[in-house]
Structure formats: structure tokens, C-alpha cells
Write a protein that binds this ligand. Structure first.
Ligand code: GDP
Length: 194
């Protein structure tokens, strides 16, 4: 798949904001703050669309990027930022919950980004549970895999494969080595993102 054009099409700030027209569906990116989501979006679109931050926990909106004038990449706000206030965390939960409930019919695939250096954390579990409950298709991208020694990489990959079972695809990925990037693009292409 080749991404020829990327346009920030709509930003959603509250559950009252109206989602954009469906087009040919949407691919969703979600993960803990600082997991590497902005970096990944920039790599696969080959553009600087998302802000890579040294200060985590800043984005609180849902961004719809129109890709090739056909389908969307949806960038959900990062979760699990320790310093966020209880009100902020609650706001995040409402925005995301509303998004999945209102919009699941237009979702082709959700990419759940998880830091490959750590075992599953509570917020990640929550997202996976939600997605299963809503019967949404998802794949897990294990990020920052370049930071692991080979033996650790094998261990963590096995751990996540076992945790996910056969139904869900696991993609070990690194922004440094670009491992996993072709797999991600292929998945998008296979599901109709052309
Ligand atoms: P976001 O908060 O999920 O959007 O995360 P960012 O994309 O802003 O990345 C957070 C930090 O992790 C930045 O310093 C990135 O340069 C770094 N980072 C992102 N992906 C990788 C990766 O695959 N490997 C390594 N080593 N660092 C990464």
C-alpha cells in the first residue's frame, strides 16, 4: 500500500462532537501515552502528522486523518499517564468509550500499541476487554522492540502470543529498525485500505 495523501480531517474533543462521514472505513491507533503511537503514525504515513513528544500525556482529542482521500486513520488519545488528574482520566475514558460505542460499525481494525518491554498493564487489559466485548477486530503492535535483547524479545513475543491466542495478530515493531512496518501496511491493505 502506498500512502499518497494525508489530511487532518476532523478533531473530536467531546462526546458531543460529530464524527466525520464514514468514507471507506477507519483504522484506529490506541495505546498508553509514550508508547510510540505518534512516531508510528509518522512512519507509516511518511509525514510529520502526529506530534512526537518528550512530555507524555498531552493529546486529549481524537484525530481523524483522511488517507488517500478514501479512508481514515484515527489517532485516539494516549492513556495511562500517571500524572494525569482523576478528572482527566475520567474524561479520557468517556471520550474513548463513546468513540468505540458510537463508531464501531465503521472500524476495519484497531491497532493496540503496547510497549514490548513490559508485561500487560491494567489499562491495556481494559482496552483489550472492551474490544473483545464489542467484538471489534484488533491487532497488537509491540513497540520499542529494538530496546530488548534477543532472548527478551523472544520471551515477550511468546508471552503476548499466548495471552492473545490465535485469533489476534501480534506484530513486534521498532521505529529504529522499522521491523514490523511492512506487516502493518500489509494488514491495512488487506482490509481494504488502498
Ligand atoms: P506517543 O506518546 O505514544 O505518541 O509516543 P511518541 O511517538 O511521542 O514516542 C515517545 C518516545 O518514544 C519518543 O522519545 C520516541 O522517539 C520514542 N520511540 C517511539 N518509538 C520507538 C521505538 O520503536 N524504539 C525506540 N527505541 N524508541 C521509540
Amino acid at each position: 500500500m502506498k500512502i499518497n495523501s494525508v489530511k487532518l480531517f476532523k478533531t473530536i474533543y467531546t462526546p458531543k462532537d460529530i464524527f466525520p462521514e464514514p468514507r471507506a472505513g477507519e483504522f484506529v491507533f490506541v495505546g498508553r501515552s509514550n508508547v510510540g503511537k505518534s512516531t508510528l503514525l509518522n512512519i507509516i504515513t511518511n509525514q510529520n502528522i502526529a506530534r512526537v513528544s518528550k512530555k507524555p500525556g498531552k493529546t486529549r482529542s481524537i484525530n481523524f486523518y483522511l488517507i488517500n482521500n478514501k479512508f481514515y486513520f484515527v489517532d485516539l488519545p494516549g492513556y495511562g499517564y500517571a500524572k494525569a488528574s482523576a478528572i482527566e482520566k475520567e474524561r479520557w475514558r468517556r471520550i474513548i468509550e463513546n468513540y468505540f460505542e458510537v463508531r464501531s460499525w465503521n472500524i476495519k481494525l484497531v491497532f493496540v500499541l503496547i510497549d514490548g518491554r513490559h508485561e500487560l498493564q491494567k489499562n491495556d487489559q481494559l482496552i483489550l476487554d472492551w474490544l473483545k466485548e464489542l467484538e471489534l477486530p484488533f491487532s497488537v503492535i509491540l513497540t520499542k522492540i529494538d530496546k530488548l535483547k534477543m532472548s527478551e524479545k523472544v520471551r515477550m513475543t511468546r508471552y503476548y502470543k499466548k495471552l492473545l491466542g490465535d485469533k489476534y495478530i501480534l506484530i513486534p515493531y521498532s521505529a529504529i529498525t522499522k521491523e514490523g512496518v511492512p506487516n502493518i501496511l500489509r494488514l491495512i491493505e488487506q482490509l481494504g485500505g488502498e
